[in-house]
Design a protein around this ligand. Structure first.
Ligand code: SF4
Ligand code: SF4
Length: 355
């Protein structure tokens, strides 16, 4: 069965701005039917790393917030902490980075909630029927939210070819443990050269998997439960991740986490993707290189698989080539789509309705 994807290009005229067209898209895609009065609605987005300039503009987010409020919902801006150490690896830094990048309450008209808590420890294991997982670890406040509206900046990505709605949901809603599980098949390890033996990681490890041996921390992989707490609490940044998972499997794991993120919310979720300033890499980097494709427009759908497929098709059509394969030649980005479709997250077949 094919899904409906709503599309608007970037043309505007006096009295019909791109913000007005964003509202039209949300209404056409059925936002009001997906938000019940009083619904605590997570507006899932990526606030951008410090120095990045291609993340979604806050002014669009405000318009989405206004539409959710008009539909009776109570919107809040949400993301989870990062696995790597940067400007968004704990809730305090994350909120400061978000505000630096323009997502302050007076601009976006909604509060920020970091969905997996202060250090990424607030997670819920959601049961799924996946090929890889039987449960996935999702940021608690995404599970607790009544509804999700995921806003995605469509761009290139070094592991998934492009980063679209599936990645925004699968990697973006996962707790730190969920992210570690997607990226690595082994436990974190300590680089002893920078370990000062302070014991902070030992005190934080919930599994008792870390001991000090000759004043250096040592992780026992047989005891480690993969929560990734040690990575962020180490003051010397010397607990490392082996980013060893192969790209095809990362995409499949990502799709399975997306299913977990939407568990129980298929009727109360909507996805809006901005195909503008299509940068070659993720917004997690502290810079944004020049776009690899022309600006295309904004798309909305209740089906994240159809939405990602449509975005990729439109980018390829507008570019006259596949800029994602060109930029990341070893990555087959169709894997995330086919795996998600196989597991029932959505359909790669779609019809476009243009506003
Ligand atoms: S927190 Fe870091 S520096 Fe301290 S003991 Fe653990 S690994 Fe070593
Ligand atoms: S990942 Fe979690 S369980 Fe494993 S060693 Fe680090 S803190 Fe302990």
């Amino acid at each position: 069965m094919q899904s409906t994807v709503w599309f608007t290009d970037l043309s505007t005229r006096p009295g019909r701005s791109l913000l007005d067209k964003t509202s039209e898209l949300l209404r056409s895609a059925g936002l009001a039917e997906r938000i019940a009065p009083g619904d605590l609605t997570a507006v899932k987005l990526h606030f951008g790393e410090k120095g990045n300039t291609s993340f979604l503009r806050p002014i669009f987010v405000r318009r989405v917030v206004e539409e959710i409020a008009a539909a009776g919902g109570k919107p809040f801006l949400a993301d989870t902490n990062t696995l790597y150490l940067g400007g968004r690896s704990n809730a305090v830094d994350h909120i400061r980075t978000a505000i630096t990048n323009g997502f302050a309450f007076p601009v976006a008209d909604a509060p920020i909630v970091i969905a997996d808590g202060l250090r990424g420890e607030s997670a819920v294991k959601v049961p799924i029927e996946g090929k890889i997982y039987k449960e996935v670890s999702i940021g608690a406040e995404f599970v607790n939210a009544d509804a999700i509206v995921a806003l995605t900046h469509f761009k290139g990505h070094e592991l998934s070819g492009f980063g679209g709605a599936i990645k925004n949901l699968g990697m973006g809603c996962a707790s730190r443990a969920g992210k570690l599980s997607q990226h690595s098949t082994v436990s974190p390890f300590v680089d002893p050269s920078n370990c000062n033996g302070c014991g902070t990681c030992v005190a934080h490890c919930p599994a008792g998997a870390i001991t000090l041996v000759s004043a250096k921390a040592l992780i026992d992989p047989r005891e480690c439960i993969g929560c990734a707490d040690c990575i962020v609490v180490c003051p010397e940044h010397t607990v490392k991740i082996d980013w060893n998972e192969a790209a095809p499997l990362v995409q499949m794991k990502m799709a399975e986490h997306a299913i977990g993120a939407l568990q129980g919310k298929r009727g109360s979720s909507l996805f809006l993707t901005f195909v503008m300033q299509v940068s070659p890499f993720c917004d997690c980097y502290g810079n944004s290189d020049r776009p690899i494709a022309p600006d295309v427009g904004i798309l909305a759908s209740a089906d994240p698989v159809a939405l990602d497929q449509a975005c990729a098709d439109l980018v390829i059509s507008a570019s006259g080539r596949d800029p994602f394969r060109e930029t990341h030649p070893n990555i087959d980005w169709t894997i995330q789509l086919s795996h998600a479709e196989e597991l029932g997250l959505g359909s790669r077949k779609y019809e476009i309705r243009t506003l």
